[in-house]
Design a protein around this ligand. Structure first.
Ligand code: NAP
Length: 278
């Protein structure tokens, strides 16, 4: 379905035409830093790994399927990025341990955690959803983010500080039908950001969050593959287009960098102008 996104257009106007970003040669904000980015073999996570790597970070990427990990590692190395990859389902504690062990063994520590994984198993109304669906969404989207932050914490303290970035969503501010449960899990991440930020500020650790709008990835196909639904959503986006993974990656890189040294507990909305209400 993502394959059709590139050609998605309404009245002949492409919805994905954005100028490709380029990282200026001077932008070396991540030099010497080590970053873990979860769910990073495609989509937004891959864009974040690429951006942090292009800015000089050594990056550990992961996703559930080893073949995806191998492919993404190869692609990033072709760009000259220092990267290792591990198969890790973020809800699996043993696999998460391998993630942190890899950062320590290969790159000597950890400075940045980007918790990006999320699931949305199908569309349904909130009150008609099965309990199993609630459990899965909250297990992966919220509990795994909390676990990753908890496990990253001692590693960041060892480095004298660092940065955590959660990936929420615009629907965390304004629940959207038919993805209401997923929306609520993303609201929880905005709260988690503030709660952890308060606790770890004294350890020189900043915790922030990005709330993307509709971004051209496989994940968004639940909204973009139905022409009727998409026709309802598009007028709500003032910029009248999908975002690109690189446009979220730029915000994450800013938050993880020293340019954001006085920002913590914050969520930045990158949604083409959709208003965020809470
Ligand atoms: P995507 O293009 O579908 O990419 C998903 C990535 O996550 C793949 O690399 C996948 O690889 C990996 N993955 C899936 N489940 C995983 C798990 N349990 N553990 C580890 N890796 C896992 O998705 P995306 O659009 O980039 O979404 C990334 C984040 O942005 C999510 O948190 C999503 O909620 C958020 N977001 C997306 C949009 C949007 O419009 N796209 C908008 C707002 C927020 P494997 O299959 O190999 O695991």
């Amino acid at each position: 379905m993502i394959r059709s996104l590139g050609r998605l257009s309404i009245r002949g106007k492409s919805l994905t035409s954005v100028k490709p970003y380029s990282v200026s040669a001077e932008l070396n904000r991540m030099k010497g830093k080590v970053a873990i980015v979860t769910a990073s073999t495609e989509g937004i996570g891959f864009g974040i790994a690429k951006r942090l790597g292009n800015e000089g970070a050594s990056v550990v990427i992961c996703s559930r399927k080893d073949n995806n990990v191998q492919r993404a590692v190869k692609e990033l190395r072709r760009e000259g990025i220092t990267v290792e990859g591990v198969a890790c389902h973020v809800a699996d504690a043993e696999q998460r341990k391998i993630l942190f062990d890899t950062a320590n063994a290969k790159f000597g520590g950890l400075d940045i955690l980007v918790s990006n994984a999320a699931v949305n198993p199908g569309a349904s109304s909130v009150l008609e959803a099965e309990e199993a669906k609630w459990n899965k969404i909250f297990e992966v989207n919220v509990k795994s983010s909390w676990s990753l932050a908890k496990e990253a914490y001692p590693n960041l303290v060892k480095r004298g500080g660092g940065s955590i970035v959660f990936i929420s969503s615009i629907v965390g501010y304004k629940p959207m039908w038919p993805i209401g449960l997923y929306s609520v899990s993303k609201t929880a991440l905005i709260g988690l950001t503030k709660a952890i930020a308060n606790e770890v500020a004294g350890a020189n650790i900043r915790v922030n969050c990005v709330a993307p709008g509709v971004i051209a990835t496989k994940f968004a196909s639940i909204l973009t593959s139905s022409e009727d639904l998409w026709k309802e959503i598009l007028p709500q986006i003032p910029m009248r287009r999908l975002g690109e993974p690189s446009e979220i990656a730029g915000v994450v890189a800013f938050l993880a960098s020293s340019d954001a040294s006085f920002i913590t507990g914050e969520t930045i909305v990158a949604a083409g102008g959709i208003h965020a209400h809470l």
